[in-house]
Design a protein around this ligand. Sequence first.
Ligand code: MN
Length: 334
Amino acid sequence: MNENQLYSHFDDLLSNHRNILIIQADNPDADSLGSAIALEQLLMEMGKNSFLYCAVTMPDYLKYVRGWDRVSDVLFDQFDMTIFVDVSTTTLIKKIIDLNHLNRIKDKPVVVIDHHATVNQKLDFAALSIVLEDKASTGQIIFELAKQNSYKTNNLFLESVLISILGDTQGLSNQLALPETYRIVADIIDLGVNRSDIDERRREYSSYPVSVFNYKADLIRRTEFYKNNEIGVLILNQDDITKFSPLYNQGPLMHPEILGISGVKTSIVLKVYQDGHLTGSIRCNNKYPVASKLADIFDGGGHEYASGFNIKPVSFSDFKDKLILKTSQLLDNL
Ligand SMILES: [Mn+2]
């Protein structure tokens, strides 16, 4: 099916349903949240009900996104269709699976809207998958879908789409921003959305207290470097997670710092929990797109320049050796 066929198939499917559950993966970001709110607004304009769900609580830095507080971490029962946004792999909905929600979701039609590269563990139970890799953000797909189907939109819809695009393109600065992306952004601004207001709100919410500033100095000292400083690795323990993750997520705090060091190609932030399971967050500098391939090796997923995984290795030191080795090999193979 081509794009337009996918969009009209979506319209057919939606026309038979009224109560729509919108789900974000376990790693909410500006795109997944912006996409969820944008869809909510479209459905509201159609007179349908929507319920926003994410298995994890919205992090503070996303609270500049208007409508974030309508996302619940409790699954509402009365839905007759589900739309997953910005995720197409089961590896990023582990919490939903652990909570035994998946069977209830699979009982009803499921739509997946995403722009991530093809992954191994696909959400293969979806009645419709709109996965378009060349789009800057999932929100952009929703914008195009709304345009194609002549859906009524509103200001919050447009703002949420813009937030999703700015989020995934890092303010229109990375490779995901194509000419079409700029055209869509121009259209949205033409229709009355104020970009600088959004940026100002985002800055307010991403500021941090002095305690985090001092903590950052500690994390800078703890960052390890491998392969002639091409790979920066930061390892966080349960104490870091308990004390500081609620104040500021260490990934967004440290990736820009690590990637700003000359010679660094890849930044990896590991959160190692007390029970041995760990999450990895991977970011790459321009021209070193190894993130999705590296995450794949550890059953994760993502984009070429930003990805993540969640595993429980038998031995941490074996895992770490493999991580450094595989990262080195992927960089060598570029
Ligand atoms: Mn995205």
